[in-house]
Design a protein around this ligand. Structure first.
Ligand code: SAH
Length: 256
């Protein structure tokens, strides 16, 4: 498939034996793969992927490619150092290795840790950015992360841990807040936002499985978020947007 597409002036890069490409697969919709990621899928002997990478994307691999799921939802979850070591072992044995992650590999994806481990072993690597859930996934819910009349900056934050980010500073410093890995803690995060001075009625959107056929969007407010999450029980993966950009969904919802 990739062969029928040509770069303006040069051939597609070659995934050489003994090297690793670290690629983002986007949030789910196969159409959000980059051409570089498709080129990688066309060449890899082995694909080390996360649970978040959609089956339809893995189906684009060469039929002979070995697929290794190291994702947390794939039963046994591998530690980061196990994954680093696996990539090193596969590359050292002469494989053409594709490390495929959901979204963008450098956005809450630990891609930089894996690339550093490869650097330390003199293993050649390439980074293939992807469409991150916090931008492209929200676009599939009709939410723009910037809008000229609303915000001049946007904060991307992990909601995995309630202690590490300074939630009060985030509440005060950003009009639009995009939270990854925040579903479990969202009730408490909303409470911290209100305590830090955000309006109780401020809109919140919880977008699950963005860009896939299973996409759902729960619209709520900071004061109602905890109750609505209990009632509707949205499922991970979910990306959450806090701020008035959520109201634009009234006009910008397009994906059904
Ligand atoms: N590298 C990824 C993020 C990995 S962290 C990226 O750039 O998108 C995992 C978190 O990403 C999930 O907990 C969720 O918050 C978000 N996420 C990834 N894919 C998603 C999807 N299709 N829909 C909603 N959220 C998603």
């Amino acid at each position: 498939m990739i062969d029928s597409l040509s770069f303006p002036s040069r051939p597609w890069p070659t995934l050489d034996a003994g090297s690793v490409w670290l690629a983002g697969a986007g949030p789910g919709d196969v159409g959000l793969l980059t051409l570089h990621a498709l080129n990688a899928l066309n060449q890899a002997d082995v694909i080390v992927h996360d649970a978040l990478v959609h089956a339809e994307i893995l189906a684009l691999a060469q039929p002979t490619a070995e697929l290794i799921n190291v994702g947390k939802r794939g039963g046994q979850s591998a530690t980061q150092s196990d994954i680093n070591q696996l990539l090193i072992t596969l590359a050292t044995s002469g494989k053409r290795v594709l490390r495929l992650k959901g979204g963008d590999p450098f956005v809450f994806g630990r891609g930089s840790e894996e690339a550093s481990a490869l650097f330390d072993q003199n293993i050649p690597f390439r980074i293939i950015p992807g469409i991150s859930a916090g931008i492209g996934g929200l676009a599939y819910a009709g939410i723009p992360v910037t809008h000229r009349d609303i915000n001049h900056s946007v904060t991307f934050v992990t909601g995995h841990d309630l202690k590490t980010p300074d939630w009060a500073a985030i509440a005060k410093g950003a009009v639009i807040i995009v939270i990854y890995m925040g579903l479990r803690n969202m009730g408490e995060i909303a409470r911290l936002m209100i305590t830090a001075g955000r309006d109780m009625d401020e809109p919140v959107a919880i977008v699950c499985a963005a860009s896939t056929h299973e996409q759902t969007v729960l619209e709520t407010t900071l004061s109602e978020a905890a109750n609505d999450i209990k009632r509707a029980n949205p499922k991970a993966p979910a990306v959450i947007c806090i701020g008035p950009a959520v109201e634009l969904r009234a006009k910008l919802t397009w994906f059904k």
